[in-house]
Design a protein around this ligand. Structure first.
Ligand SMILES: C[S@@+](CC[C@H](N)C(=O)[O-])C[C@H]1O[C@@H](n2cnc3c(N)ncnc32)[C@H](O)[C@@H]1O
Length: 194
């Protein structure tokens, strides 16, 4: 496997992401990633999409993490601060060009300000990697009604005590939105029951 572009995921995690993408790819719709950073995951996902008619839509503030909410507080996660993990859109584009890949649809902005029109009409696979409570919950709200039958959502850091907001957002959402939930590595693998 080629070298990863950052330490934001490890090879095992990427294997799981690509495996789940493979399962979802036969379903209708496009792919979204909320929290793309420098493209560590977007670049290998785009390689897999090359021979398909599917598009990748990526979303990021490109200003790093927002402020934590109460749900994100953890003594194990003091290194995560507002502004941390800021990557430029330029760097993301450069990484795609260096890999010889077509660019995804890039949306710059806070997830809370993304409009319905900026999200594809139909989605078969979503990777949510915004680290914080609202950074997972806001995308869940944006994508849920657009998921096609067979769609899969992966949420990173579900099993990460440094980032407790991710699992709190998933658990809160699934109370009222039925889905199967499986945990593997640090990922929540969510299959909505539609
Ligand atoms: C862990 S990194 C993502 C890593 C990326 N998936 C990869 O594979 O390289 C988290 C990213 O989410 C973005 N982010 C977090 N919360 C956000 C929010 N509420 N709105 C916009 N971007 C956000 C940060 O700017 C950061 O780039």
């Amino acid at each position: 496997m080629p070298k990863l572009l950052s330490d934001q995921i490890d090879e095992h995690e990427l294997e799981i992401i690509l495996r789940e993408l493979e399962k979802a790819i036969s379903s209708e719709g496009d792919i979204v990633e909320f929290g793309c950073y420098v493209g560590t995951t977007s670049v290998p996902m785009t390689k897999r999409l090359a021979a398909t008619d599917k598009k990748l839509y990526v979303y990021d503030s490109f200003e790093g993490l927002p402020e934590k909410t109460i749900e994100d507080q953890s003594p194990a996660g003091l290194q995560f601060k507002s502004g941390e993990l800021a990557a430029s859109k330029k760097q993301l584009i450069k990484n795609f060009k260096q890999a010889g890949l077509p660019l995804p649809v890039i949306n710059k902005g806070w997830f809370s300000e993304i409009s319905n029109e900026q999200v594809p009409r139909s989605i078969c696979f979503a990777y949510l990697d915004g680290d914080y409570y609202l950074s997972v919950l806001d995308p869940l709200k944006l994508i849920w009604n657009k998921l096609s039958p067979g769609a899969i959502i992966l949420v990173d850091d579900y099993a990460n005590e440094a980032l407790p907001g991710a699992s709190k957002a998933v658990d809160y959402w699934l109370k009222t939105h039925p889905a199967k939930l499986k945990i593997e590595h640090s990922l929540a693998i969510i299959t909505p029951i539609v």
